[in-house]
Write a protein that binds this ligand. Structure first.
Ligand code: ATP
Ligand code: MG
Length: 574
């Protein structure tokens, strides 16, 4: 490609709402252009990176025996009614109507479509297993699209769906997909972790996420400092340790704590370690059937509530914040809520870590009062509706559930998610096959997603500096940028053309920067756009020298013009 003819432009300024590196550089580098919130055009450079990623994914999925299909982007709403997701999916599902008033959705995911494709066609266990995948558009009307390609509304996903006759066979495919995903992300040159993940409302027996490690990630992941334990904070657990309170109280006593509402205030006022205090977090739970209620969650004062765990503990779809007025309306005393003597109509959940805990300070459910010396040994005190669940967020320094060593928290970007679905879609959609005994059974399914467009941005988050992108070689749009110092100097242009032909013929994707521009902007573009290697054909050519630069290491080599091809090949392949 000759840059003078290439539809690529770079910008000095990033848009104001661009706060993360990938968003800024992908726009400034001429990879993407925003069309509307969370919707982007891909320019030639962006399309090239996308195609490179797509090719790696396709190669590895095909090798694993999956078959590529392309499901329609516009899907009948009826299918979504069959599984009940028409209601459950909420506002992220974009519903549309055609001229005949028939309802459709823009696919945010394709379980329904693929079950519909397979049912009635695959009839016998002999036709199983099958794994069908596509690399296609998705639309989710995200509440807060942000960070460019990291959280779009329209985005590209690789989604695969597998069908099995037995659970064992699903397990085999799930493991195969995990290995396949590892190969894909390794080939892309990314640093990532596979973590245990939440299976959410779908339930299911297994789910793993693939997290690209980056400070800008929206997910907190818990990793062990010693062993291979890694989990999304949404499901992470910790080893239980029970510290003993050195302060012993003879009897439970109510203490006057005027205006001391927060854990810090109360503990400081009473001179106690917050570990021995109970924090109350009240939320409004929203359930699938539309019911809403206020639920109180109790965790140790040093812990915080993990909302996904909390949601799963009570089977809620969502947890929302509540105002003081709403709390008062149901008889709760904001700032002084405790597990003893709660209004009887209030559902509450106590964190597992507090099971059997003693010598605690908690709210007295009475304005300006706390209870001291409370213990949770005697559940009768609380009433028999008490439920204990693991609802606290694992924090830095907690101990690994596997080996007992300290845990660390890092940030990750979710680029892949694999899931054992079981029969949650096949059953309601009546998609069955005949087993060995001629009995009709619902398909046992798995699903496997990769955020293809999110991967572009994730690669940039992990590989950039203050000047721009530093593409991993496997996915770079061009591997080599030949900069002609002065295109009016015929010998420079001629030399660059010959090198360009030679590299291109050797299969190295090369761009020839033959624009009639000064050297400064050309080198700045090389750094911003992020090609792995550049060759500068400039003034020194008359002494038989050209310069070769490595974008990643910053190394500069002055090489003899006769060996420049070899030098470039060495850098490209190392
Ligand atoms: P998230 O938790 O980030 O919202 P999700 O759990 O809803 O993602 P899945 O339904 O598992 O996502 O979709 C599979 C993959 O698609 C994700 O692992 C992610 O890489 C990608 N993805 C999901 N939502 C978006 C989005 N809004 N923009 C870009 N990629 C996305
Ligand atoms: Mg997910």
């Amino acid at each position: 490609m000759r840059w003078s003819k290439f539809f690529a432009y770079t910008l000095k300024e990033a848009p104001k709402d661009a706060v993360v590196a990938s968003h800024k550089y992908l726009i400034r580098g001429g990879y993407i252009k925003q069309v509307a919130a969370g919707i982007y055009n891909f320019l030639p450079l962006g399309k090239m990176v996308l195609d490179n990623i797509r090719a790696i994914i396709k190669e590895e999925m095909d090798k694993a025996g999956a078959q590529e299909v392309m499901l329609s982007f516009v899907t009948p709403y009826e299918l979504w009614e069959e599984t009940g997701r028409a209601k459950k999916y909420g506002d992220e599902l974009l519903r549309i109507e055609d001229r005949k008033k028939q309802k459709f959705v823009l696919s945010p995911t394709n379980e329904e479509s693929v079950v519909d494709l397979v049912r009635g066609v695959v009839k016998s266990y002999k036709q199983l297993p099958i794994n069908l995948y596509q690399i296609n558009l998705k639309f989710r009307d995200e509440a807060r699209p942000r960070f460019g390609l990291l959280r779009g509304r329209e985005f590209i996903m690789k989604d695969a769906y597998s069908f099995h006759a037995t659970r064992d066979d699903l397990d085999r495919e799930f493991n195969l997909m995990e290995e396949t995903y590892k190969k894909i992300f390794e080939r892309m040159g990314l640093k990532f972790r596979v973590v245990e993940a939440d299976s959410g409302a779908i339930g299911g027996s297994g789910s793993k996420e693939f997290m690209v490690l980056a400070d800008t990630g929206e997910d907190d992941i818990v990793v062990c400092s010693e062993c291979d334990y890694a989990a999304n904070v949404e499901v992470a657990t910790r080893k239980h340790v029970q510290k003993e309170n050195p302060i012993k109280t003879e009897e439970i006593e109510e203490v006057y704590t005027p205006n001391k509402k927060s854990i810090e205030e109360v503990c400081e006022f009473l001179g106690i370690d917050p570990y021995f205090s109970v924090k109350a977090v009240a939320k409004k739970a929203v359930y699938e059937n539309g019911k809403e209620e206020i639920v109180v969650f109790f965790v140790r004062g040093v812990d915080s509530l993990e909302e996904t765990k909390a949601k799963n503990a009570i089977g809620a779809l969502d947890l929302m914040d509540v105002s003081e007025e709403e709390l008062e309306k149901v008889g709760l005393v904001p700032g002084f809520i405790g597990p003893f003597g709660l209004p009887s109509n209030i559902k509450y959940v106590i964190d597992d870590d507090l099971r059997m805990a003693q010598e605690l300070v908690c709210g007295a459910n009475k304005k300006d009062y706390h209870i001291k010396g409370a213990n949770l040994l005697d559940a009768n005190l609380l009433g028999n509706l008490t439920i204990y669940r693991d609802i606290a967020a694992v924090k830095e320094g907690d101990l690994c559930p596997k080996c007992g060593k300290p845990l660390k928290i890092t940030k990750g970007i979710e680029v892949g998610h694999i899931f054992k679905l079981g029969t949650v879609y096949s059953e309601p959609m009546n998609a069955t096959f005949l087993d060995e005994n001629g009995k009709a059974k619902p398909f046992i399914m798995g699903c496997y997603g990769i955020g293809v467009s999110r991967l572009i941005a994730s690669a940039v988050e992990q590989n950039h500096d203050e000047k721009g992108i530093i593409w991993p070689k496997e996915i770079a749009p061009f591997k080599v940028d030949i900069i002609v110092g002065d295109v009016k100097k015929e010998e420079q242009l001629a030399f660059a053309e010959v090198l360009y032909e030679k590299l291109t013929n050797a299969g190295v994707k090369t761009i020839l920067d033959d624009r009639n521009e000064r050297f400064g902007p050309k080198i700045a573009d090389f750094e911003l756009v992020g090609f792995p290697v550049c060759v500068i054909v400039g003034k020194k050519l008359k002494d038989g020298k050209v310069e070769v630069r490595d974008r990643k290491t910053g190394e500069k080599f002055e090489v003899d013009k006769d060996v420049v091809f070899e030098k470039v090949m060495e850098l490209v392949n190392r």
